[in-house]
Write a protein that binds this ligand. Structure first.
Ligand code: KMH
Ligand code: ZN
Length: 307
């Protein structure tokens, strides 16, 4: 029986501390949330770093190192470091974690979008100066992932044995992956995260998920890729249910959604992982362990990272 890979995206770079007291910010908090999500069944933890004092997205390699080494000391979950990091950072700044940490897995955004969450500004009473400016900036900013940039991400990851997880926000991005497959620089199995429900990308509907999956089957070959679904905000669990029903894997976490049900903040990333486990129980699905996930995704292993 195919086992389900759960990813927990622990803190991200969309939400700010003023939106939820449960959003982890410091390396200790981020690592603790990641370990507890792993204990609840996540075999992959997706990591962004934050400035420990203000919560602002950070590319500081010491902070990233502290987060990932704390996690590695406490559990064997696969650490997926974000190279999306923050859409306001430069391509090189976002990529610097790869040579420095050489993780097993890292995100690789498969195209550019105006990744917009400025409408959240009306829901925030800011605690820190940067928060509203950052959120509002997304109304007029391109999250830049050009062909040159994506190629640099893929080839740098290949150099360090890091597998790219392609973040796909829109249909055309599947063709972008196919372009790099044709160029011969993408290793198998291709790892895809369909990210639905971002304003500027595709809406979170089961129909869109089926369209994405059919396109990926056609352009990449159904047997050549492993896929998962992340959906923003209130769409998180409904789209997780759709992904499970269609034979896919699932990402949850406070990066994508701060709530556990309408109007109720999630207390932790683990709480959302446990909600997926309930859906899986009902559907008779088993969870993939970190070792099983390493095998499915052909990852280099826990002992081959630089932290
Ligand atoms: N926070 C966004 C800029 C990734 O981790 O690579 C997109 C993102 C994707 O978080
Ligand atoms: Zn991310």
């Amino acid at each position: 029986m195919k086992k389900v890979i759960i990813t927990a995206a622990i803190t991200g770079a969309v939400h700010v501390k003023s939106m939820s007291p449960h959003l982890p910010i410091t390396p200790e908090e981020i690592a603790d949330e990641a370990v507890k999500a792993a204990e609840a069944g996540a075999s992959i933890v997706h990591i962004h770093a934050r400035d420990p004092r203000t919560g602002e997205p950070s590319s500081n390699l010491e902070v990233i190192h502290e987060i990932v080494s704390r996690i590695k000391n406490r559990c064997d979950a696969i650490i997926n470091i974000s190279t999306g990091a923050s859409q306001l950072m430069s391509v090189d700044e976002r990529l610097s974690c790869i040579p420095a940490m050489q993780p097993e897995l890292a995100s690789c955004n498969a195209g550019s979008i105006n990744f917009m969450f400025a409408d959240m500004a009306s829901k925030v009473t800011p605690s820190f100066d940067w928060e509203l400016k950052y959120i509002n900036k997304t109304r007029d900013n391109v999250f830049t992932n050009t062909f040159l940039g994506i190629e640099k991400y893929i080839t740098t990851m290949n150099q360090y044995g890091t597998r790219p997880e392609f973040e796909v926000y829109d249909l055309g991005m599947i063709s972008n992956i196919a372009y790099f497959v044709k160029r011969g620089i993408v290793r198998y199995p291709i790892d895809i995260q369909f990210v639905l429900g971002i304003t500027g990308g595709s809406p979170a509907t089961t129909e869109n998920l089926c369209i994405f999956k059919n396109a990926a089957d056609r352009l990449l070959g159904a047997e050549n890729y492993v896929w998962s679904v992340a959906a923003a905000g209130k769409h998180q669990l409904p789209m997780a249910a759709a992904a499970l029903s269609l034979g896919g894997n699932v990402r949850v976490g406070l990066e994508d959604n701060l709530f556990i049900k309408p109007g109720k903040l999630a207390q932790s990333n683990a709480e959302q992982v446990r909600a997926v486990r309930i859906l899986m129980d009902v559907l008779g699905l088993e969870v993939s362990t970190p070792e099983e996930t390493r095998c499915t995704m052909n990852l280099k292993g826990y002992d081959q990272v630089a932290f």
